[in-house]
Design a protein around this ligand. Structure first.
Ligand code: ATP
Length: 415
């Protein structure tokens, strides 16, 4: 029932190939293997990340590929290639090749991938999705997460920009640049993950979090697919936590302890009561609301695991065999332009009846990536204070001052 139409990756051959290429890489490290760059013809730039650029290119067989160029520097920890060698799943981005170039006296790592033309972010800007299409997209995302979590890999930056889509609606999780294998008693940087998708334990500075931070992010993505805009569009880390509290209500003392904050937190709150059901009241499918209620839980241990999510009734009838019945991806086709406000679907009812009455989202739809710090070598920085987030705003995740009045009186102080 749940067969993807992706072709099965040639795992063994690819892995062997990658290993051989890596050995060749080491052997020719003095020349940085720059010759290999000539095997690829750059077509155009398609993405600009925090640390690198992504290009559409053609290989020698005229196959369309994506090349992600990232500077190799002593100040950056890039685990991306190491993680990509482990991740082998039809819903996770597959690495095809790696080579190094020297550009403007910088050593650049070039990662070559299958080219996948669309992102969930593009799609969400274009149109509202039907509940059945959301179900199949979310199902595929969950399969990707199940695979990486089975290897203790935490993605740590799941956002609509990192979810790639084929013209048929096949989903590929990309950007393993922030991913890390989480060891049980090791600490990790809490200043990780793009803001809107950051789990509350990260916002309070927890440094021995688990893969449940990814579960929070996919909950945010599911909600965003349903309502058409980010559920928690915080303008800074404080505002982010305030917005979560507005919807979920104040965390209890036990919730706070479960999130293992970096400092004792004293919540000066006029005991906010949950607005969760009000926030999502326009969503007609009640099983998806029940699923979200099991994901949006402060306590990471009580938050649903990926196996529990996959077993939830919302995903029970996910059927990838009829992807072609959906018309959502047609909005990208040049011959068949669908307006951004197009809401009908051939296959199911629309998800919500009135997007304007959703309560928690602001007009600011810009994703604020705060993930870049995760890639900095800790020795290269002394403090996270006053570092700028990639949206250009000053941001400070671990030293949380009072929230401003825009959060209905929610204020949070550290003691
Ligand atoms: N395989 C691919 N095929 C086509 N486009 C891609 C591919 N990989 C990435 N892109 C495009 O490039 C963008 C940036 O890619 P990616 O997230 O991997 O880079 P990044 O430098 O890690 O970005 P960020 O710092 O924002 O996370 C994606 O949002 C997507 O638009």
């Amino acid at each position: 029932m749940l067969n993807s139409k992706h072709s099965e990756p040639q795992l063994i051959n690819d892995k062997k190939d990658i290993l051989i290429k890596e050995q060749q890489q080491v052997a020719s490290s003095s020349s940085l293997n720059t010759n290999k760059a000539y095997q690829y013809e750059i077509v155009k730039q398609v993405g600009q990340g925090t640390f690198g650029k992504v290009y559409e290119a053609k290989n020698q067989d005229n196959k369309r590929v994506a090349i992600k160029k990232v500077e190799k520097s002593n100040h950056f920890i890039s685990r991306e290639y190491d993680i990509l060698k482990i991740v082998q799943h039809q819903n996770c981005l597959r690495i095809l090749d790696i080579f190094y170039t020297s550009e403007e006296n910088k050593k650049m790592q070039n990662l070559v991938f299958d080219f996948i033309p669309y992102t969930l972010a593009n799609l969400l800007k274009k149109r509202q999705l039907s509940i059945n299409f959301i179900r199949v997209l979310f199902y595929q995302l969950c399969q990707a997460i199940k695979h990486i979590h089975s290897k203790n890999i935490c993605h740590r930056d799941i956002t609509p920009n990192n979810i790639l889509l084929s013209s048929k609606g096949e989903l590929t999780l990309a950007d393993f640049g922030s991913a890390k294998i989480l060891e049980p008693n090791h600490t990790s940087m809490s200043y990780i993950c793009s803001r809107y998708y950051r789990a509350p334990e990260l916002l309070v500075g927890c440094s021995n979090y688990t893969t449940k931070i990814d579960i929070w992010s996919i909950g945010c993505i599911l909600a965003e697919m349903l309502i058409g805009k980010p559920l928690f569009p915080g303008t800074n880390s404080n505002d982010q936590l305030g917005r979560i509290i507005e919807v979920l209500g104040s965390p209890t003392k036990e919730d706070m302890e479960s999130m293992k904050p970096s400092k004792p937190y004293h919540l000066q709150l006029p005991n906010i009561s949950p607005k969760f059901l009000d926030t999502l009241h326009n969503i007609e499918d009640k099983s998806v609301i029940d699923l979200l209620s099991k994901i949006f839980i402060f306590d990471p241990i009580k938050r649903a695991s990926i196996e529990e999510i996959i077993a939830h009734p919302f995903l029970r009838d996910a059927n990838l065999n009829n992807l072609e019945l959906f018309d959502e991806m047609k909005c990208f086709s040049t011959n068949n332009k669908v307006s951004a406000n197009h809401t009908s679907s051939s296959s199911s009812t629309t998800t919500i009846s009135n997007m304007n009455s959703l309560t928690s989202s602001s007009s600011n739809n810009k994703t604020a990536s705060e993930s870049y710090l995760s890639r900095l070598n800790t020795s290269a920085m002394t403090s996270t204070n006053n570092l700028k987030s990639t949206d250009g705003k000053s941001s400070n995740s671990n030293n949380i001052p009072s929230l401003n009045n825009s959060n209905n009186g929610v204020s949070i102080n550290t003691i």
